[in-house]
Design a protein around this ligand. Sequence first.
Ligand code: HEC
Length: 202
Amino acid sequence: MKKVCGVLARLAGRGRVLSLMLASSAVVADGLDASEINLEAEAKARIQPFANQLLETVQEAIRAQGAPKAVEACQLMAPQIADRHSQSEWQIGRTSLKLRNPNNAPDAWEQKVLQHFQQEIAQGKPAKELSFGEVVGADYRYMQAIVVGEPCLACHGEKIDPQVRATLQEHYPQDRAVGYRVGDLRGAFTLTLRNINKEPAR
Ligand code: HEC
């Protein structure tokens, strides 16, 4: 964990360093080598299709069935969508410090990164710019902040329709994922590529 903290401490300047490094790919600086840059790019590329499918699914369910039923659709579909996007060697999911589904609970590393995101926000950094990746043991891990937008408020906002609230209570009796405003940090996408030094198959 010591190493995690050391790397986290350097997070602030990282975006700039990264863009410089991408411009001249062989450069090694700030403790990141070229393979980590490639892994970061790979991780990033996997997030948008996953996020899009989640959002499209929930919006379609709201349109077709209304928000209370869409809560149930989300409970059913969100884990399936995560599985579908974890078919390659990359695992992808979502986590948060204020959970709806306890299955999405962060492990120790994810918790540290989420707490660091919160500190960065407290220091004035926009939530949507926050991401962090590093090699952890034999794995590469990457997280990117999830920010609350308008379409999220029906189920995660401050004023939730009573029927939606009742459905949430029924399915998630320990729900803590409410009371958010647009721009808040909701949680993060979390990705793992296992065993990065494994010999490629011949
Ligand atoms: C129709 C209601 C609904 C809407 C709209 C909605 N969510 Fe959720 N959200 C849920 C439900 C239900 C879960 C729990 C899914 C599960 O059981 O895996 C969830 C889970 C999550 C999680 C996983 C962490 C946790 O607490 O379990 C994140 C992150 C999240 N939502 C973010 C968002 C964001 C960002 C938006 C807007 C783009 C959004 N949600 C819109 C209902 C909704």
